[in-house]
Ligand binder design. Sequence first.
Ligand code: SAH
Length: 397
Amino acid sequence: MKAITLKAGREKSATRRHPWVFSGAIDKVLGDPSLGDSVEIYSYAGDFLGMGAYSPSSQIRARFWNFEEKRIIDKEFLSKVLDQAIASRHSRGFDVSDKQNAFRLVNAENDGIPGCIIDKYGPYFSIEILSAGAEVFREIIFKLLAEKTGCTGIIERSDSEVRTKEGLPLRKEVAYGNVPTDPVPMNENGIFFDIDLWNGHKTGYYLDQRDARKRIGEIAKGKTVLNCFCYTGGFGLYALKGGAKHVYQVDVSKDALKIARDLVLKNKLPTSEITHTQADVFTYLRQCRDKGLQFDLIVLDPPKFIESKDSLNKGARGYKDINLLAIKLLSPGGRLATFSCSGLMEMSLFQKIIADAAEDAKRSAQIIERFGQPADHPVKTSFPEGQYLKGLLIEVE
Ligand code: SAH
């Protein structure tokens, strides 16, 4: 029997159905499990807590597969989990048989496959596996997904550096069927995108900002808009379609900006009303300040500034810095849509940082809307870490 027992008193998070067991909580490891093996997990008193996947070199030493029965984790188990993900998405308006849409089908721990992200882009799936447990079942997951959805192809985008923490190799390859090297077209709320499944960030694109992008399109009419960290231009394209006076798109990535420019044409939007600049946002915002420029609507959607607890302070300073600069650039009555995708930054802290930034900028500001994750990126109530994306829409006097 492969099993782990927890130290006395350390079963509490498991009884609350939190899916992680940290290395410091473990008392004994029995049966010499190897990377990704299924293990039975017991409290110090010997009560069965659930089945988990073992990961010997990770700080998160085990991730729970379930909290109920003692069972073998196999194809049948994963088939049920996938069926549930498909049904839940369907009930939320995301149809897996639609060949045009794009959404997140499996959101890792929150959908019962720890460390596994499955995103749908038209007739393709892009999968990122970040845990040893899901790694063991990757072939089974690909097979089940193909059977259940009739998709054309699956790409595995397990090329994120965090895999090395779990002792896993980096991998980017076709996992099933055919995956084109050409970008895959996608229609998101009437805006057309081309998703590069091979080289796009993460699984190809940032599906999680779909609702926020739509909202920006609704409030951009007649405004001068600055879209910072624009990637392939999402927020800016929505703003332009929504009737913005001019949109400024800024990103450090030349490749992303090339796609952003092409998408203006693809969406038949006026090229004279949009400007693309390759720059570091921190520098760009300072240059705008020095030139005395103003904007009516600014979007700040930076990458994750906080990767671990050690970088919390440094990351928080980064958020403060860009928000302070952006608030200073707002015209009277101007608005800032500001986001953080750092899981370790809680909404309360984020809100405090924005409040401090407004105070330092000597601008009176109100929060008028809040943003979060859309329904295809659910968060289990027992897993607050699943809530990584947060945003505020603020308006200054
Ligand atoms: N808002 C985008 C997603 C942004 S992802 C969307 O809706 O699709 C974050 C982006 O920030 C990436 O494109 C990355 O290239 C860019 N980036 C990271 N650091 C940067 C910096 N210092 N200055 C400018 N862009 C940066």
